[in-house]
Design a binder for this molecule. Sequence first.
Ligand SMILES: Nc1ncnc2c1ncn2[C@@H]1O[C@H](COP(=O)(O)OP(=O)(O)O)[C@@H](O)[C@H]1O
Ligand SMILES: [Mg+2]
Length: 394
Amino acid sequence: MAKVVHMGLIILRYNIADVGYKVDLQAEFVHLARLALDENPRDLAAVLRRTLQPIVRERPDLADLANRVLARAASDSLIRSHRANQPLPVDMDSRLELLRSEPAPEISVEPTWPEQVARELTAVLAERKIEAELRNAGVPPTRSLLLVGPPGVGKTLAARWIARQLGRPLLTLDLAAVMSSFLGRTGNNIRTVLDYAQQKPSVLLLDEFDAIAKRRDDAVEVGELKRLVTVLLQTIDDWPMEGLLVGATNHPDLLDPAVWRRFDRIIQFPLPSIEDAVSVLNTLLATDRAVLPAKQVILLGTLFQGKSFADITRAVLAAKRSAIVNHAALPSILDGLVEQLAQQSTIERRIDVARALQSQGMSQRSVSRVTGLSRDTIRKRLSTTAHVPKKGAK
Ligand SMILES: Nc1ncnc2c1ncn2[C@@H]1O[C@H](COP(=O)(O)OP(=O)(O)O)[C@@H](O)[C@H]1O
Ligand SMILES: [Mg+2]
């Protein structure tokens, strides 16, 4: 650490005479000196990053040295060496732990990632594989992610999954829960948590991130809230390179554009496509696959359109449970599920399903029972849609 300070001081001293930087170097120097005397390596590293980045850009002659200092300031050991095994932060009054810590997060079912999500998550992991190389080039890997999408599409799961893939502990702060406590204390609580999470390489999940924004209309606490948001934004900016901060939200519309901009990467989580639904069904039904007709799984996948991964998971687990409790065969329970889903679907989707069932050789009477469409409708719609357009009708 002494070496980092020394190098930082040399660079800063060298540049103090140099006016024209956007960074107030004299102020930063004083700040840095104080942090060095306090032996506060994390903040020291943050200040070094802030001051050295413009130097790398604007002084090619110093870029190499500055990059080396940056890489050193970002290294795990600098931060880890300090406050290694701190206890989890607790709420001052209740003494409840503010943060859930999972040293090795577990995942019960291997996730199915929709294509675009898979691409983004893979990119984040790939960057971490060559982290040292990136740091040496002065390009930090993705340090902050914002996961956006409706409930039940796997945002929280993705944070666990990333932590597991990286072999890092997962720290979870549920902002909805923390925000519901008295706000004055909330501010301190959040600061404590952020501080703690930066001490060692981890994945920090700020779940229900929009909870911060939701309190905006609460006039009494506007001042404190603004300060809190400022602290959060600054924290996202200064998040250490070896950490990964993940925000998750169901309500991106509630977030300020300024908040969006702070995140290095934004990942949109869509509802599952038919293929995604079939894939998650195959995973959930892996042990029963021998007794299930493949067509039934595809049919279910089609009928689950518009539903989330969580909805699909819940329905399949309920079906399996019911099969065991009632000593029934799973395929017949799933037939019941098909029927139930079909009846909730739009007419158009039911017609798609009717077509699929009919092509599987099901009688018109049974198709009518399953889809809830009248035999008349089935006859009309399936025969007209099967018609080849007449010649001349453009
Ligand atoms: N991509 C996925 N693949 C498989 N299962 C999923 C997926 N996404 C969600 N699930 C299931 O739904 C549950 C809830 O997902 P969660 O991550 O909490 O959703 P979100 O945070 O987006 O509301 C998970 O525990 C898992 O069982
Ligand atoms: Mg969630």
